[in-house]
Design a protein around this ligand. Structure first.
Ligand code: FHN
Length: 451
């Protein structure tokens, strides 16, 4: 680690002394001012990195959960898969240990996807895990393992259900209509099951809703369900897919005052820099949400750089694994997560509990901040010369190279200029800590010009 005192002219010496005094006060008086969560959504934001799990009897076929019903797998066959489902290798603690070792701080399991199969011992349906040869309550075991390892337990729940006779639309993909549906009765089923989940496995971190896009689900249902569940668990965090405000895969919310939801949900993409509205990118490791044999996976480096750009945008990353029909998480997926965890073990402190910016993410890299520190994650150095970052309206008091590459930094009235001493170093990101006078969060966010 190299500590560099940037070259300052004599003009700035007295100015620097004043700044250092201000820094001392800000550091001592504002300890943790941005690292202590004040509200449930702030606590959620501080976690930054979670494990998404898409699992069910469909893993026996290796096709997509919900969507392959009535497509690659005939409906009757799909709906009988649960009678063969016996994941004897399932070990909840193994899954949760993997999440923990990957540096993930919360876990979201598909309690019930669009195919209507419930992964817990619900009393409102017989189409459930405890009616399979396996017979065990997967959600109960996962929740207990999460409590044991300090991982926050959260639940995904689909509002559309192509299996349930009362939900009007069916497979494939909601493109058919059922003969005798009853949406009001289906809504009572949804309220009963979601209350049951909170009562049996709560308190949850997040209720992660999905499947809201189809016509039978209305804004009224969504907003009432949001209010209902908040009465059951007041500190529950609920995403924007509970109501009708989410706009497609961008996951932003329109008419925020009319559509319930605590955070936005961009999918399979890095969300736009936004400090005003909490958001979380959800993403697969391969292409499919449920397990697909032999699927090509993203590398640990690519996944880490996605995490850094998401956190740099002030968002969370919910990264998905699709467990196998025997209950194991695919070794290929586990290897990616473990490699991410090795890096997060060294640098995670510069991501958890930070805010995004002030340098907005881009191809160049990303930045996070906390108190009087800015953390730079440079991922794309210029082939020649220095990396230029926009001028900040304060003097950088000092800087440290926190990762392998030694970096020098200089500042003038046109910007910050960084250069690496050794261009041969290969790492997911070069991590540099800048120290500023006062709160780094108060520096106006800036875009970085890309070559
Ligand atoms: O249709 C689902 C899909 O299967 C998966 O669960 C993702 C995860 O966010 N959500 C829906 C697609 O947007």
């Amino acid at each position: 680690m190299m500590r560099g005192m940037i070259k300052v002219s004599t003009v700035f010496c007295s100015f620097l002394l004043a700044l250092m005094l201000q820094t001392w006060f800000s550091e001592n008086l504002a300890q943790g001012s941005e690292s202590e969560a004040q509200t449930p959504i702030e606590a959620f934001q501080q976690k930054r990195f979670g494990m998404f799990i898409h699992w069910g009897p469909v893993s026996l076929r290796g096709t997509e959960i919900g969507w392959s019903r009535g497509r690659e797998v005939p409906v009757e066959e799909y709906d009988r898969l649960y009678t063969q489902f016996n994941p004897t290798e399932f070990d909840a603690e193994e899954w949760v240990r993997l999440a923990n070792e990957a540096g993930m701080k919360y876990l979201v399991i598909t309690s019930r996807h669009h195919d209507g199969f419930s992964l817990w011992d619900t009393k409102f349906s017989d189409y459930k895990i405890t009616r399979t040869p396996f017979g065990r309550d997967v959600m109960r075991e996962l929740r207990d393992a999460c409590l044991k390892y300090g991982i926050e337990f959260s639940v995904y729940y689909s509002l559309c259900d192509w299996y349930h006779p009362d939900y009007p639309l069916g497979s494939p993909g909601g493109k058919t209509e059922k003969p005798r549906s009853d949406m009001p009765r289906y809504y009572e089923f949804v309220k009963n099951q979601t209350r049951e989940i909170l009562k049996l496995y709560g308190p949850l971190g997040v209720f992660w809703f999905d499947g809201e896009w189809e016509n039978p689900w209305t804004r009224e249902y969504g907003n009432e369900l949001y209010a209902y569940l908040k009465r059951v668990q007041p500190d529950l965090v609920i995403n924007n897919r509970v109501s009708k405000g989410r706009r497609g895969m961008a996951g932003t919310t329109v008419d925020i005052d009319e559509n319930a939801g605590d955070f936005d949900t961009p999918e399979q993409r890095i969300g736009t820099f936004n400090r005003e509205r909490p958001w979380e990118t959800c993403m697969t490791l391969g292409k499919q949400w449920a397990w697909k044999p032999g699927e090509e996976l993203k590398s640990a480096q690519e996944s880490l750089q996605t995490l850094l750009r998401v956190a740099g945008g002030d968002g969370n990353l919910l990264l998905n694994v699709g467990p196998r029909p025997d209950g194991r998480i695919d070794p290929g997926q586990a290897d990616v997560l473990l490699e991410m965890g090795t890096w997060m073990g060294r640098y995670g402190d510069y991501i958890y509990g930070t805010r995004g910016g002030p340098f907005k993410p881009g191809r160049w890299g990303a930045s996070t901040c906390r108190n009087d520190r800015i953390y730079l994650f440079v991922m794309d150095w210029p082939r020649f010369g220095e990396l230029r970052l926009p001028r900040v309206p304060v003097e950088i008091v000092s800087y440290n190279s926190l990762s392998q590459a030694e970096v020098t930094l200089r500042q003038d009235l046109t910007g910050l200029y960084l250069s690496r001493q050794d261009n041969q170093v290969r790492e997911p990101a070069t991590v540099v800590e800048l120290r500023v006078p006062g709160s780094a969060f108060d520096i106006e966010p800036m875009a970085v010009e890309e070559e």
